[in-house]
Structure formats: C-alpha cells, structure tokens
Write a protein that binds this ligand. Structure first.
Ligand SMILES: C[S@@+](CC[C@H](N)C(=O)[O-])C[C@H]1O[C@@H](n2cnc3c(N)ncnc32)[C@H](O)[C@@H]1O
Length: 274
C-alpha cells in the first residue's frame, strides 16, 4: 500500500473515531502496516475497498480502532517528569493527603501499556519518598484497553531495554533476572492494580491525588473528546490534585478546571470546575 493512499485513508477514517491525524503522523507507518495486514486477511485489493468495507460493516470499526492503538512505553519515560514528581509534586500531594487524614495517596495511570508508568511511580515512591511519608501508602490504579498489554503488566516481566532509563540501583534491587527478562519483585507490584477499559467510556472511580495521562488522550484524540475526558478526570480527582500529561502535550486552550502547576512542566493542578 502506498504511503499517500494510507495517509488519505487515515485522514478520512480517524476523525470518525474521534481521533486526530496530526497525532498519528509520526507513527503512521506502524498503523499502515497493520492496515495492510488486515487488507490481506480480508482479501481486499486496496484501502478504497477497505473504506467501502467499513461503510458496510460497522463492527470493522472496532478492528480499525485496535490497529490505531500505539503501545510504546518504557520505565521512567521522560526522566525529568519523574524527577519533578519526586521533588515538587508528590511532596505537596502527600502533605495534603495527610492533612485530610488519609492513609493512602491514590494515583491513576491512563493508557498504562504494560505497566511501565504505573510501576515507575511505585518505584519512585518506595525508593525516594516512602521513608519520609511513613503514614502514607501509594496506590496506583492503571487502565488500558489492550488486553495483551494488561496481561504483561500483571506479569511484570520486561526486556532489559524497557528498564534502561531507570536509576541503576533501583533496577538492581527491584528486578529479578529470569531467563532473558527482568521481573519486578512482588513487593513493588503490591498496591498497583490494572483494569481493562476504554477511557473514552470508562474510568476508575477515584478520587485520585495524581493522574498520569501521558501520550494518549492529548496526542491521539480530537479536542472535543479531550475536553470530555478531562471533565471525567476532574470529577474523579481530589481538590488540588495533579494531572500530568506527556512532554509534547498540553491541555486544550481555555480549559476550565485545571491550571498549570507553578514551575513544573506538563503538570496541572485541579481547581474548582465550572
Ligand atoms: C503510547 S502508550 C502510552 C503509555 C504510557 N502512558 C506512557 O506514556 O508511556 C498508549 C496506551 O494507551 C492505550 N490505549 C489506546 N487507546 C485507549 C483507549 N481508548 N482506552 C484505554 N487505553 C487506550 C494503548 O493500548 C497503549 O497501551
């Protein structure tokens, strides 16, 4: 399939699923390869035939939806974000939780892939902050729509390449080598819970102190859907909770209910809604 044909097809199809083409520009080859494989499975000659097929078979939109899921992640992705969480954001959230009389700091990872983000947060807490905030446990709920990713997340075993950005000492003490992979020790998996779900329709109940919503909603979804999901997140967050987005992402303009966290990139503080 020619790149130009696939791009034209994506520009037609994505908005119909509330997804935005610019978010897919960099990853289009991966998505086009998957669509090419689907054409072979269906015995269709080209994307024009696939477009006609989609118009007649509404169930096929779900297949296309899965072909558009980008699952790249790694531990401690964007190290600066985790350093800001450690130094600026989590201490503030922990103090607020203690003042409320809470015994848990409750976090959410949206589009958690194989658990890298959720477990990175847990490792950060256990290695850096737990000894300071002894009265608080960190709990992480994590949601993804891809069953295979969740299976891997629950297994907690990773290739060495996924762990490269983690501080070396954490890697050595938190993971056990097993065959050709590294498996996270049980103590670091406790308190991290994975749920299958599509964030367009469902989110865990909360209330959360911290939401990591990186490299999904604000890259791949159209603005109206971003605003809708933001509203749902807002309703599930504690007053003054934190929302972290990807380093190349930002919230839609004039967004009500969140304002940038002072001097911390990619991070917003929940404020009173409309
Ligand atoms: C690019 S990864 C981002 C992983 C992690 N947040 C990070 O920044 O490293 C996006 C994840 O979102 C999941 N995803 C895609 N569409 C979704 C949806 N509608 N609902 C829930 N998860 C979704 C994908 O399966 C994938 O694991």
């Amino acid at each position: 399939m020619k790149n130009t044909e696939c791009v034209a097809f994506l520009q037609w199809a994505l908005p119909q699923r509330d997804m935005r083409w610019p978010g897919f520009r960099k990853v289009r080859r991966q998505v086009c390869r998957r669509i090419g494989r689907r054409l072979c499975e269906l015995g269709l000659p080209d994307v024009a035939a696939y477009r006609a097929y989609l118009e007649q078979n509404t169930a096929e939109w779900h297949v296309l939806d899965s072909a558009c899921r980008i699952t790249i992640s790694r531990f401690y992705r964007d190290r600066n974000v985790f350093e800001s969480l450690q130094n600026a954001v989590l201490p503030v959230l922990a103090r607020a939780a203690i003042e409320r009389g809470a015994s848990e700091l409750s976090c959410l990872s949206v589009g958690c892939a194989s658990g890298e983000e959720a477990y990175s947060l847990k490792l950060l807490w256990e290695f850096q902050l737990a000894r300071v905030h002894t009265a608080l446990e960190l709990r992480v709920s994590a949601i993804d729509s891809h069953p295979k990713m969740l299976e891997r997340a629950r297994r907690g075993c990773y290739q060495a390449g996924s762990l490269e950005d983690l501080p070396e000492a954490w890697r050595r003490s938190a993971f056990e080598p097993s065959d050709s992979v590294y498996c996270l020790r049980r103590q670091f998996r406790n308190g991290v819970c994975f749920t299958h779900g599509d964030v367009r329709h469902t989110l865990p109940a909360g209330p959360f102190d911290l939401v990591l919503c990186r490299n999904l909603v604000f890259t791949y979804f159209v603005e109206s859907l971003q605003r809708k999901i933001l509203g749902h997140l807002h309703a599930r967050m504690h007053e003054a909770a934190a929302l972290v987005v990807g380093i190349h992402e930002s919230l839609p303009e004039h967004c009500i209910g969140f304002r940038p966290w002072d001097a911390v990139r990619c991070t917003y503080r929940r404020i009173q809604g409309p």
